[in-house]
Design a protein around this ligand. Sequence first.
Ligand code: NAD
Length: 492
Amino acid sequence: MSTLNIQSFESNPPVYKMFIDGQWVESVGGGTFESYNPATERAIGHLQLGTREDAVRAIHAARAAAEKFRETSPWERAELLKRIAAVIAKRQDELAFFLTMDQGKPYHSEAVFEIRNMVKTFEEASEQIKWLESAVIPVEDKNKRVISIRQPRGVYAIVTPWNFPFMIPTEYLSAGLAAGNTLVWVPAPTTSICAVKLAECLEEAGLPQGVVNLVTGRGDVVGDEIVSNSGTDAIGFTGSTATGKQIAIRGAGKPLLLELGGNGPTIVLKDADLELAARSIAGGCFDNAGQVCSSTERILADHRIYDELLDKLVAHAKKIRVGDPFHRDTTMGPLNNGQVVEKNRAHADDALAKGARLLTGGKPLKGLGSSLFFAPTVIADLTLDSLYHTEESFGPVAPVFPFETNEEALRIALDNRWGLVNSVFTTNLKDAVHFAEKLRAGVVNINDNSNYWEPHLPFGGASGKASGLGRIGGKYSIMEMSDLKTITLDLR
Ligand code: NAD
């Protein structure tokens, strides 16, 4: 456990700078904005309110560094990635402290694991880039030899959200650097202290000047500048579907990796192991207070096991210890910001107005020192016109919908605009395979919740849905973040 203490940050919030061209700098506009601890709603730091001019400065730095960095060998980049992993591992307690203070997730049950996953992801990228082979391609013309090679795309614009403020940037930075790109990165405003800490780790690991540049500030200002400016060559974005669409328009023509919203569903068939399903689904609903793109936000349950599943989910929800995210026994902290609280309150109110049955929770929790704590919620008898079905809630909620037959479950699942992660609980292998093949999602988990994930697995949305474009994870990110070049050799 870190020896840092929150009181010193709350009584005297430090000023954090941006990291551009290897230097810690202030915004040219001179403005700052506050970051607060969601568990107390007290300020914990002042961050630079970057301007478009700052973003352009960062783009120039990344461009100036790009030519030299693209010439580094995969082995040199692998060494850099290994050094970054080592610095993060050394600073893991401190980073977990900032993660809990800035984002709100429980230190012991979640924050430390996010930091461990960062270490793993940088280490894995350092391995992947060394063994990523491309092809010698057979051709009709016997006088030709054709090979393909992977090359850096150039300068990447990266924009990231607040729910995993270390891990999501790590996915882009590790793969982006492995592929030989330079990067300009705009993190979410509410968790920008984490971004500063990660940039400190990159600096400590000996990152060459200008290779990663951090610009803090408003997404619609500095984020917009880096995606739309012709000085960036490609875009990596994780965030909401609405912002993703905006970015796709503003960055039109650039290669895009878009990781957007999700809303399941998780389907529980009549022959599921209900102990397993309820325990696993509860994790999917309540981990990170439900603020995960792959969270279990919509549960379709066969009418024959419906009541039993509800009882079990309520029992799990009631076991959750909501409170101070630094306390050893706490298993759920506050939500990160007021917008998520309001959205979850609105989704519960909407469902109740449409006849749903609230079994527990459904509203913010009072008396915990912040207005951002929300009660673990289980709500049943939902209808398909409820916001729980049509929108992403991104909160600690288990909304349960009954169905009569497997065909109906599949129909409900398919008639939806989301397509990120689906889950199915069943003991019938044939049904498992049937659903896995029919569901329109980037990932289908059988007999585990929708949050099951490992950093090297391909992750992303299905085509034609609102959950994104491309695949992130391990070698798939490196391939997404590089250009495939075909080289033909004439032997005549
Ligand atoms: P958001 O879209 O509001 O913000 C994401 C980032 O975009 C922030 O850094 C924000 O400042 C920036 N931004 C906002 N407007 C912008 C603009 N006009 N141009 C450029 N950048 C802009 O999302 P959020 O609330 O931070 O994150 C939650 C969302 O992220 C959820 O929808 C969640 O499902 C999604 N998410 C998806 C994945 C995934 O892998 N698919 C992972 C995590 C989160």
